[in-house]
Design a protein around this ligand. Structure first.
Ligand code: ATP
Length: 237
């Protein structure tokens, strides 16, 4: 589904992504992991067609991200770190507003999702009165209004409590079971372990590792470790 070949990104002289190669299969839930400044957001923005690479290529379902932005945007939903909804409008008004901008959205489908994600009871509340967790859920639902196959989420659970995080992780797992492909960046090893089927691990712009959760466990000197966070820490050093 996503094929990156010698993907590079520079800001001025600074190489932020260095010759990355990977292939992500459809239906994977990929944890994008690495220390601060590793290049995670940059990579996700390039895949979401919001930023141009400096070299190499990326294809999503055979479409080149540099040339076919419109068609790719129909296939992907991008959830930024910041909550990008109207706080003075209600949940329903936000969904209706963004649905008008999203080609192929269906009120029946998003109402169904609101039920599944326990947002239905908050439809007529102003967003500013929703909990942080429900604001995050709304942010994700808005990115999914056009029913994309690929969902790209950049630290979508920052700043919310543990139970809200768990709810979101469970809801995303359900999307994974429905066959969506998910790219998910986070610093939280526990939620990554629960949610993800494979991992893309970056450090200082280098791709250190891409592979299944089982392979992560076999990596490095803590191969026998039961502690997933420790294993991730071992890889990024
Ligand atoms: N627009 C920009 N101009 C110059 N440098 C940038 C720009 N955006 C990002 N960088 C630099 O690129 C590097 C990678 O940044 P990026 O935000 O992709 O890292 P990250 O892994 O997402 O970090 P974090 O976990 O802190 O969000 C950092 O050194 C950052 O300072």
């Amino acid at each position: 589904m996503i094929a990156a070949e010698n993907l590079k990104k520079k800001f001025g002289r600074k190489e932020v992504l260095k010759e990355m190669n990977f292939f992500i299969e459809k239906g994977e839930t990929v944890g994008v992991v690495g220390p601060n400044g590793a290049g995670k957001s940059t990579l996700l923005r390039i895949l979401a067609t919001l930023m141009k690479s400096s070299g190499g290529s990326v294809q999503i379902d055979g479409l080149d991200v540099r040339k076919e932005q419109k068609r790719i945007r129909q296939k992907i939903g991008y959830v930024p770190q910041e909550i990008a909804v109207y706080h003075e409008l209600t949940t329903r008004e936000n969904l209706r507003f963004f649905a008008k901008l999203a080609k192929g959205s269906s009120e029946e489908r998003w109402m169904q999702r609101c039920e599944e994600w326990r947002l239905a009871e908050h439809l007529d509340k102003k967003v500013k009165h929703l909990s942080g967790g429900n604001q995050r859920k709304l942010n994700i639902l808005i990115a999914m209004l056009h029913d994309p196959d690929l969902l790209i989420l950049d630290e979508p659970t920052v700043g919310i409590d543990i139970s809200a995080k768990q709810e979101i992780v469970n809801d995303l797992r359900q999307l994974g079971r429905e066959g969506k492909t998910i790219l998910y960046s986070s610093h939280d090893a526990q939620e990554l372990e629960t949610l993800c089927t494979s991992f893309l691990i970056l450090k200082e712009g280098e791709l250190l590792f891409y592979g299944s959760k089982q392979k992560v466990r076999q990596f490095g000197s803590v191969a026998q470790s039961e502690n997933f966070a420790e294993t991730l820490g071992e890889i990024v050093g």
